[in-house]
Ligand binder design. Structure first.
Ligand code: RIB
Ligand code: CA
Length: 318
């Protein structure tokens, strides 16, 4: 008899954000995921908007039992590069959202992360889908907690070109020093970069499947894709938007959806034109030992079946 796998305990650190929102829905719905906490960071919008959006998304999902804590308003270097040009003034523009049905934790993001790690009976996976400032601060302030982290799966970087700049992806551009701390922490890391997430396009067929769902979650997700898609077309001339962040959660739920390559990974923190660029040594040119698993190939059909199946199941519960 196949043993029933225990749900994977995770902390989701995010900057919702349309694609973060779908990652939250996927994590809430999946029986393979034990969502212990959601922590927020600046990124797609201000920390205040990201935090309000996180509370609203969890309320929409009927998950008002998940603790939410506010995190960094800016990077370790004191900068706050924002992505409102993609996600709109609220960070989650498009459909009307329910007001938060529960209160924000009084703890900071790092305090909540530390509490979850220290009180867990087994190592916890940290999933980061925004600038990775909170995770780096956790590592700096609580080095003893590092042993309680099973792995860090982060959406960020790219083996190819960037998006926010020609070479740098937004999350890693927003706080490259934080990513460097994470990379050099010794915690096992998996990088889900643009080279992977650009395979996760919300095509018209995918959006039609959302709109065909007979509940508000399907309708809202379809409208999110409408707004997100219009930004991606205006800024990067994409026909369909890449739904980046749920790829990190999908990797945990169905590992077979993604193929990985063990590589040496570094992040540029000093380049005049290349700050925030991830350097992924796919061909061992530096002759350095691999320090990261890098996502390379996505089973796109399987990914959307998983994401849309979860979305529909969650919507039917409402
Ligand atoms: O570059 C894409 C990433 O930046 C995604 O995580 C998106 O939500 C933004 O945070
Ligand atoms: Ca994000």
């Amino acid at each position: 008899m196949s043993e029933k796998l225990a749900p994977i305990p995770i902390i989701l650190d995010c900057d919702p954000g349309h694609d973060d929102a779908i990652a939250i829905l996927l994590a809430v719905q999946s029986p393979r995921i034990d969502l212990r906490a959601v922590t927020t960071t600046f990124g797609n919008c201000s920390i205040e908007d990201a935090t309000r959006n996180a509370l609203r998304i969890l309320t929409l999902a009927g998950a008002t039992n998940i603790p939410v804590a506010r995190g960094a308003a800016g990077s370790l270097a004191g900068l706050s590069e924002l992505g409102n040009y993609v996600h709109g003034p609220s960070g989650l523009d498009g459909p009307e959202m329910p007001e938060p049905g529960f209160r924000l934790s009084e703890k900071s993001a790092v305090e909540l992360m530390h509490l979850v790690l220290e009180s867990s009976d087994r190592p916890v996976t940290i999933v980061a889908t925004g600038p990775i400032t909170n995770v780096a601060t956790l590592i700096q302030n609580h080095p003893e907690a590092v042993a309680k982290v099973a792995e860090i799966v982060f959406m960020g970087g790219s083996t190819e070109r960037g998006n926010h700049t020609p070479t740098a992806e937004f999350n890693t551009y927003a706080d490259p020093e934080a990513l460097d701390i994470v990379i050099t922490s010794g915690i096992p890391i998996r990088m889900v970069g643009l080279n992977l997430t650009h395979q996760a396009l919300a095509t018209p067929e995918v959006v039609a499947r959302m709109q065909a769902m007979r509940h508000s979650i399907g309708r809202i997700c379809g409208e999110w894709m409408g707004f997100f898609g219009s930004s991606y077309h205006a800024v990067w001339n994409f026909d369909s938007p890449p739904v980046h962040d749920p790829c990190t959660i999908a990797a945990l739920i169905k590992p077979e959806l993604i193929t990985w390559q063990e590589c040496f990974l570094a992040v540029e923190t000093k380049g005049e034109w290349t700050r925030g660029t991830t350097v992924v040594d796919l061909h061992k040119r530096y002759r350095k030992s691999p320090n990261a698993s890098v996502a390379m190939k996505l089973d796109t059909a399987g990914y959307w079946d998983l994401v849309l199946g979860a979305m529909d199941e969650l919507g039917r519960r409402q």
